[in-house]
Structures are given as structure tokens and as C-alpha cells.
Design a protein around this ligand. Structure first.
Ligand code: NDP
Length: 312
């Protein structure tokens, strides 16, 4: 088994991972970054990013991530295309085993593995990806100004997405499979009192249709019941709000997570309960989940790693 010792191992290549790499590289930590299953992270699946400061005309998601990658490389980051398969944080140096079997022994580890938006699993979600299907209202809502959209889900994420989209779209349908919302009371009130949002309870989306993008959704009302009804609803955009899954599974034996799986850190810092192991970006952030907040926490994690090594 091949083993390698490094000062700073960064796992993940979204805005948090690359920003951590830029800072760690400039601090002479010779960071090694494993890019993971989706090099560049979630932003590589969006078209236009208009809310990342510094780009007055917006920038393509893949282009932004390519720029961040180059910037990380410029300061000496060793970027590798591999996936972390298991971790052992029982003692320093911490061991992370990669998918090629290599074991990286690291004095500091920055976990920036992100979160994956959940999809319903319909073939049409793939067919219309980037053509009317989105799992991020803040990223893509702007493209649906004065248009009709649907949001799937009945939790806080869906209610938040629906509320956000109501400020842009002409009409927002909230498609809820149960006869009630699971969201917090305050979110529910916000949705129910919003004249632009119409909640369709006991509705399941089973497919999408359209020539060059989404033009509507196939719905089933009271699926499986005697009075089940099937009908089509014209919409321009289909948003998933059924939750995210933080990519934290391999770290759970060593770190604390909340009930959803987000890694718990010391409030206001990327420090986990294991000294020298830090979590940055969406894997530790159930609240903001923005590229810029992920980048900021990546920066914080690298500064923490540098200080930890200085004091260690
Ligand atoms: P939740 O698990 O709370 O809700 C998911 C929703 O999606 C539920 O209504 C669920 O339906 C529905 N759903 C799941 N799978 C499907 C499916 N296959 N088809 C149709 N509907 C489906 O996830 P959230 O992301 O909303 O929230 C996660 C956590 O993050 C919560 O603790 C929440 O409070 C928190 N959060 C807080 C926010 C805030 O405070 N501003 C914002 C966003 C999240 P069902 O009820 O039938 O299972």
C-alpha cells in the first residue's frame, strides 16, 4: 500500500476547497487537493453565476471553477483527480485512503466535500438539466423573471426557494406530496400569505415536457388513491427543494454531525472536534450554501490549518 505524508490535505474542489488551496499554497503548506467525484463541485452544473462578487456581467459556473483551479495551481497546489474513500482520524497524522488505494497521511485535513442536492430521480430531470430544471433558486431564479415556476418539496428549503422565487417569477406553484407542510411555522405563514405562491398539496411530479426546455410538468394528485387525478401544468422552471445530502459519510465515525449529516464545527469557525481537521463549505453549512460563503470558510480553514501547524 502506497503511503504519502503531507502537511495539508484538502478534500473537495468546489469554492471552499480551491479557496482553501489558494490560502494554504500561499502559506507554504504545499497543499494536496483531491478533486472528488465532481471536479469543480456543484457550480459546474449551473450555467451563469451572477452573484459571485467581482464579476459585474456574471460568469459561467464551469469557467469560475476553472479560474479558481488555476489560481490554486499557481500557488503550488498539487491537484489530483481522485476520491477519498475512508478516513482514520484516531491519531495524528490523520489517514485518508483514496480510491486508487493510496493512503495520505496528513498533519491537517480540510474537508470541503460539499453537499449534493437531492433530485426526485426522474429521467426528465436529467433530460432538462440546465434547460428549466434547477436545484438552486438563488443561482437560477433570476432567469425566471415574470415566468411561471414550480418548486417541489414541503420543508424549509422548498418554502424558502418558493418565497425567493416569488420575488422574481409571476407565479410559483409549491408541489407538496403530503397534505401538509413540514416546514417551520414561520416559513409556512410566509408561503400561505404570499399571493404569488399556490400550494398544491398531495401532488407528485412524475415527468416534464417541452420542446426546447421545460414547458410543463406532469402531475398526479392523490397518487394511488381511488380519486387519483393526472393532469399537466404549464410551467417554465422546475425547482427541486427536497433537501441536500452533505457528503460527510466517511467522516462520521470521527466527527460530530447534525441529524441531516452536516459536520458540526465550533460556532463561527471551521474547527471540528478533532484538532487539525477542519470542515469548510456546504458540508458544514445547512444555512447559506452559497459559493461566496463556501469560499470564505475555505479561507478560514486554511488560516486555521496554518496556525495549527505553527503551534503544533
Ligand atoms: P426536509 O427533509 O425538512 O424536507 C424535505 C421535503 O421534501 C419534505 O416536504 C419531503 O416530503 C419532501 N420530499 C422529499 N423527498 C421527496 C420526493 N421524492 N418527492 C416529493 N417530495 C419529497 O429538508 P429541507 O431541505 O427542507 O430541510 C432540511 C433541514 O434544514 C431542516 O432541518 C430545515 O429546517 C433546515 N433548513 C432551514 C432553513 C432555514 O431555517 N432558513 C432553510 C432550509 C433548510 P415529506 O414531508 O413527505 O417527507
Amino acid at each position: 500500500m502506497e503511503t504519502e505524508q503531507v502537511k495539508c490535505l484538502i478534500i473537495g474542489s468546489g469554492p471552499a476547497g480551491y479557496t482553501a488551496a489558494i490560502y494554504a499554497g500561499r502559506a507554504n503548506l504545499s497543499p494536496v487537493l483531491y478533486a472528488g467525484l465532481q471536479p469543480g463541485g456543484q457550480l459546474t452544473t449551473t450555467t451563469e453565476v451572477e452573484n459571485f462578487p467581482g464579476y459585474p456581467s456574471g460568469i459561467g459556473g464551469p469557467e469560475l471553477m476553472e479560474d479558481l483551479r488555476k489560481q490554486a495551481e499557481r500557488f503550488g497546489t498539487d491537484i489530483r483527480y481522485g476520491v477519498a474513500m475512508s478516513a482514520d482520524f484516531s491519531a495524528s497524522p490523520y489517514k485518508v485512503t483514496m480510491d486508487d488505494g493510496k493512503v495520505v497521511e496528513a498533519k491537517t485535513v480540510i474537508i470541503a466535500t460539499g453537499a449534493t442536492a437531492k433530485y426526485l430521480g426522474l429521467d426528465d430531470e436529467k433530460k432538462y438539466a440546465g434547460m428549466g430544471v434547477s436545484a438552486c433558486a438563488t443561482c437560477d431564479g433570476f432567469f425566471y423573471r415574470n415566468r411561471v415556476v414550480a418548486v417541489v418539496g414541503g420543508g424549509d428549503t422548498a418554502c424558502e426557494e418558493a418565497s425567493y422565487l416569488s420575488g422574481l417569477a409571476s407565479k410559483v406553484y409549491l408541489l407538496v406530496r403530503k397534505p401538509f407542510l413540514r416546514a417551520s411555522k414561520v416559513m409556512q405563514q410566509r408561503v400561505f400569505s404570499n399571493p404569488k405562491i399556490e400550494v398544491l398539496f398531495e401532488h407528485n411530479a412524475v415527468g416534464l415536457y417541452g420542446e426546447n426546455g421545460v414547458e410543463g410538468v406532469h402531475l398526479v394528485k392523490r397518487m394511488g388513491e381511488a380519486d387519483e387525478q393526472r393532469y399537466d401544468l404549464p410551467i417554465d422552471g422546475f425547482f427541486l427543494g427536497i433537501g441536500h445530502r452533505p457528503n460527510s459519510d466517511i467522516f462520521k465515525p470521527w466527527l460530530d454531525t447534525d441529524e441531516v449529516g452536516y459536520i458540526l464545527t465550533e460556532p463561527g469557525t471551521p474547527r471540528t472536534k478533532v484538532p487539525g481537521v477542519f470542515a469548510a463549505g456546504d458540508v458544514a453549512d445547512p444555512h447559506y450554501r452559497q459559493a461566496i460563503t463556501a469560499a470564505a470558510s475555505g479561507c478560514m480553514a486554511a488560516i486555521e490549518a496554518e496556525r495549527y501547524l505553527l503551534n503544533g
